[in-house]
Design a binder for this molecule. Structure first.
Ligand SMILES: Cc1cc2nc3c(=O)[nH]c(=O)nc-3n(C[C@H](O)[C@H](O)[C@H](O)COP(=O)(O)OP(=O)(O)OC[C@H]3O[C@@H](n4cnc5c(N)ncnc54)[C@H](O)[C@@H]3O)c2cc1C
Length: 463
């Protein structure tokens, strides 16, 4: 079997690639214009319209809803949020605790709305299992477990090697940590169900409509402009392609492979009955899910970043990345060695210079944005959307301050990335350092994190 390369993502092989909705027909007006039809844009439209049914909301999407990371991700709906620990340093532990609590609730909120809107997205609430492979990874795993417990996750479990393997038999597991605050989803089914729900509420969605410029009260496209008091930029990993935003969030690549459905005798060896989402503690970490039709979908970092903040071509992925992901698959699950890889794809996620997700509405211009989720956006986008709703209501006098508008990621700003070639050199240097650190940790017996990885973390602002 030959591996399909690209095709946006495997998730579309299950649903079909949609025919885009009609583009913007010409100049128009709205109360709120949302740029980008991924989870952030659509959840924002959903909650705003639910809160204020008479609002005229227009979503502009360059290709079709779900073309970006929301249609390509690993389907981990979980409670991680990029930047929490930095927010704890900047605003104190209570503020970060509130952010974490809001994220825990967000996982349940997405599951709740999916049920209410009858969105069938293969959701399975199996929690998240993260495993360690080496003494250094095990030390990090224990420290991570302790930090999460300190942030209120009393229901998180620290697992011995045997307990971890009883859930998922990953070869060479040294231990694991499991949290119930996570679910597996089929990303495109969630996205398309959400787009349908938004449209049913009366939100107007125009696809095949690239926004070339965003300025106060205007979203400009080749077909005309939408004039609106609020223009919300929900373009995440694509943000650098918008005029004036080149050095904002860096478009980081993440790549995935999916196997053919595994035969029962292979599942008998692997286990994975609980359908937990699975990750590890490597610096260049992996993530995986067992799909509803019994495949393994597994992702990780391939070529981390393209020069000049370019994005990929419909998910096409380098052969070396596909080989590297396959190597992880077989290293984790030797019983899957003979299994075919059906499809491989990539996508981009947005990475701010300080690796902190943020959400903002600039009250002087009416321009808002949310993103910088650094690979943890499936749930975070929902919290961001409810926060944008509250910020718009606050600004328009329809609501006051809420718990969400007071969270520490609201209004957070960060400096821009360095110009090229420094940006490219920095990110590639960082991942070269991580890979060599992972190799040394794997081969060694020390429980200490490799010094090169620590150095790379500091230089790149990741920790
Ligand atoms: C391979 C991969 C795996 C991932 N796995 C996970 C995971 O398992 N769990 C998790 O929590 N997160 C994961 N993420 C991250 C997560 O998918 C994203 O954080 C999330 O989907 C971001 O949603 P968004 O709506 O902000 O951005 P996107 O989904 O990228 O949506 C942005 C939209 O804006 C559109 N757009 C861009 N520019 C313009 C323009 N100029 N005009 C009009 N429209 C425009 C794009 O076409 C796109 O549809 C993963 C990401 C990738 C790439």
């Amino acid at each position: 079997m030959t591996t399909v390369n690209g095709g946006i993502s495997f998730w579309y092989a299950q649903t079909g690639v949609p025919t885009p909705r009609e583009p913007l027909p010409g100049d128009t007006t709205a109360d709120v214009c949302i740029v980008g039809g991924g989870y952030t844009g659509l959840w924002t439209a959903y909650y705003l319209k639910k809160a204020v049914p008479f609002l005229r909301i227009t979503v502009l999407e360059q290709k079709f809803c779900g073309y970006g990371a929301s249609g390509r991700n690993g389907g981990w709906l979980y409670n991680g949020i990029a930047g929490r620990d930095r927010y704890a340093k900047l605003h104190g532990p209570d503020a970060a605790l509130a952010l974490q609590r809001a994220m825990n609730e967000t996982v349940d909120e997405v599951v709740r709305v999916a049920a209410e809107e009858r969105i069938e997205a293969d959701i399975h609430m199996g929690g998240v299992l993260e495993v360690a492979h080496s003494p250094a990874q095990l030390s990090r795993l224990k420290a991570f477990h302790a930090a999460e417990a300190a942030f209120g996750e009393k229901d998180r479990l620290l697992l011995s090697a045997a307990e971890s393997a009883a859930r998922i038999r990953v070869a060479g597991t040294a231990g694991g940590t499991w949290t119930p605050h996570g679910a597996r989803v089929q990303p495109v089914k969630l996205l398309q169900g959400l787009a349908g729900a938004v449209e049913a509420l009366g939100v107007v969605i125009h696809e095949s409509t690239p926004v070339t410029e965003i300025r106060p009260k205007h979203a400009v496209t080749p077909y005309g402009s939408v004039r609106a008091p609020y223009v919300l930029r929900c373009t995440e990993g694509f943000t650098a392609s918008i005029k004036g935003q080149r050095r904002a969030w860096l478009p980081m690549n993440s790549s995935m492979i999916v196997t053919e459905p595994l035969p029962q005798h292979v599942w008998d060896t692997i286990g994975w009955e609980g359908r937990e989402t699975l990750g590890d503690m490597a610096h260049a970490y992996m993530y995986a899910q067992r799909t509803a039709d019994d495949r393994i979908a597994l992702g990780g970092r391939g070529v981390p970043y393209r020069f000049g903040s370019r994005t990929d071509n419909n998910g096409r992925t380098q052969a070396a990345t596909i080989d590297a992901l396959r190597e992880i698959l077989v290293r984790f699950f030797p019983a899957a060695a003979g299994v075919a890889v059906e499809q491989a794809w990539s996508g981009v996620l947005g990475v701010p210079r300080d690796w902190c997700a943020s959400v903002e509405l600039d009250r002087s211009t009416g321009l808002g944005w949310a993103g910088g989720y650094v690979g943890s956006g499936v749930a975070t986008s929902n919290l961001a959307a409810r926060t944008l709703r509250d910020l718009v209501q606050l600004d328009s006098g329809q609501g006051g301050q809420t718990e969400l508008t007071g969270l520490p990621w609201v209004g957070h700003r960060v400096r821009r990335w360095e110009p090229e070639p420094l940006r490219w050199l920095g990110v590639h240097g960082m991942y070269a350092a991580y890979r060599s650190a992972d190799r040394r940790e794997q081969a060694g017996r020390s429980g200490e994190t490799d010094r090169v990885a620590k150095f790379a973390d500091r230089v790149t602002g990741r920790h």
